[in-house]
Design a protein around this ligand. Structure first.
Ligand code: GDP
Ligand code: MG
Length: 443
């Protein structure tokens, strides 16, 4: 998706230099996104829906109110992209009563036989006991190809015995089911024949196999490189056999790939796996959100998020500065500052991946969570009036608070002292600029 990514990122970087977005900005951006998607072979109907939703949302309140409108638009595009890719990740569904039967369908050359091996290896690696079934009796070498793949995956292959069911894939598939049950294989993967193009006989055969073995999953295997034909092919298979999920293959190729991205949206069937090469390990579960990030360029979007985060912090800091300057900073504000810092702790990992975030990461690592727990307990044991005005805190109130929070009076004194020092210091600093978080050192 190199080109598509590049173009979307370029579009967003034009936006990024601007503050508030005008309707003209939004229209220009949406037009760019539309062109980029169409050029990447994304289906026209999907593009229309997608850009319609992005436009509507981008002109709406969520963007107007955002601290960083451009960032918000990226967020919207990301969410909508995840939507057309199927939304939530959909896992393979296993039968409650084994064996789980997985049938593969798709055009010749789509990558079914290769996928059969990948899937078998992947499942065997998770302590399943899969068996492969050679129900492609169309091509002369199809059975042998599956046997080779099975050998590489270390998974047994059920193939028709010469003279017994040769030429009848329905019979082979049925026999395989019995064989798998007898040997307690918990997953049965059925490879089927494809044609170079969609045809009636192919569909009928696939539908017959499906009826005979009642699979838990029918996976439609789709070569991402076939471009615009992807959507028509998917629809034909949906009408002819119907399928429960899609596998995109050859995502490693530098195809424009956009057509394949339309398939989940057009068929309403989720993409479950992605195949990214000829080797058996070139295979992974499909995550709509990760794919969207890849298309939008994850690194870039993260940088944008970081920028938005900074904007947010500055705005917060200004509010706090205002409170310091006017002497209205309370113990409650103090607590919420600490809590914010803690919340950012969960960003630690993410920040660690970004360049320039090292200082902040260290800061977060030095942050003692127990300190927060203690502070929280003490402040929560105060009355609202005490929180607003610590000057009320005489000896007997401090004793009450210490008892209420399970701390000592020394702890309470320590907290009040730190708060007062910080407030006093900050009152001075506030006039000069952005304050530090009291007791935490500069952030
Ligand atoms: P089938 O006719 O649907 O069974 O397709 P095959 O499994 O025989 O695959 C057709 C060709 O595509 C073979 O040469 C495979 O090695 C190749 N192939 C399958 N999956 C991928 C993939 O994800 N990436 C690449 N680059 N090649 C693939
Ligand atoms: Mg094959």
């Amino acid at each position: 998706f190199g080109t598509l990514s590049d173009r979307l990122v370029a579009t967003f970087s034009n936006l990024r230099t601007k503050g508030k977005l005008s309707p003209a900005d939004v229209d220009g951006t949406v037009r760019e996104i539309r062109r980029a998607l169409l050029d990447a072979d994304v289906n026209l109907d999907v593009v229309k829906q997608f850009t319609g939703r992005v436009r509507e949302r981008a002109l709406g309140d969520e963007v107007n109110r955002a601290l960083n409108p451009a960032q918000q638009v990226v967020q919207i595009v990301n969410e909508e992209l995840i939507g057309i890719l199927g939304g939530q990740q959909r896992r393979l569904e296993f039968a409650k009563q084994p064996p789980t039967v997985i049938m593969l369908a798709g055009l010749q050359g789509a990558g079914k036989t290769t996928l059969a091996g990948k899937l078998a290896k992947w499942l065997a690696g998770q302590n399943h006991t899969p068996i492969l079934v050679a129900a492609d009796l169309q091509r002369p070498n199809a059975v042998q190809q599956l046997q080779i793949v099975g050998g590489q995956a270390g998974v047994p292959v059920f193939a028709p015995e010469p003279g017994n069911g040769v030429g009848n894939p329905v019979r082979v598939a049925k026999d395989a089911m019995k064989y798998a049950r007898d040997r307690q294989h918990d997953v049965v993967i059925v490879d089927t024949a494809g044609r170079l193009g969609v045809d009636q006989e192919l569909m009928r055969q696939a539908a017959d196999i499906k009826r005979a073995i009642d699979p838990d999953e029918v996976l439609f295997v789709l070569d991402a490189m076939i471009g615009q034909d992807a959507v028509a092919t998917a629809k034909a298979f949906q009408d002819g056999v119907d399928f429960s999920g899609v596998v995109l293959t050859k995502l490693d190729g530098d195809a424009r790939g956009g057509a394949a991205l339309s398939v989940a949206s057009v068929t309403g069937r989720p993409i479950i796996f992605a195949s990214t090469g000829e080797r058996l390990d070139d295979f992974e579960p499909f995550y709509p959100d990760r794919m969207a990030s890849r298309i939008l360029d994850l690194g870039d979007v993260l940088t944008l998020i970081e920028q938005a985060q900074k904007a947010f912090d500055e705005e917060e800091a200004l509010k706090v500065a205002e409170k310091f300057a006017t002497d209205t900073f309370t113990l409650e504000d103090f607590l919420s500052q600490m809590q914010q810092l803690k919340k950012m702790g969960s960003l630690k990992g993410m920040l660690g991946m970004l360049p320039g975030a090292k200082g902040m990461r260290e800061q977060l690592e030095n942050f003692d969570e127990r300190e927060l727990v203690r502070t929280e307990a003490i402040i929560q044991s105060m009355t609202p009036a005490e929180r607003r005005n610590p000057k009320l805190l005489n000896g007997s109130r401090r004793l009450r608070i210490a008892r209420g929070s399970g701390m000592t009076v020394t702890d309470v004194n320590g907290l009040v002292q730190r708060f007062e020092q910080a407030a006093k210091m900050m009152k001075t600093v506030a006039r000069g600029g952005v304050p530090n978080i009291p007791g935490m050192g500069p952030v």
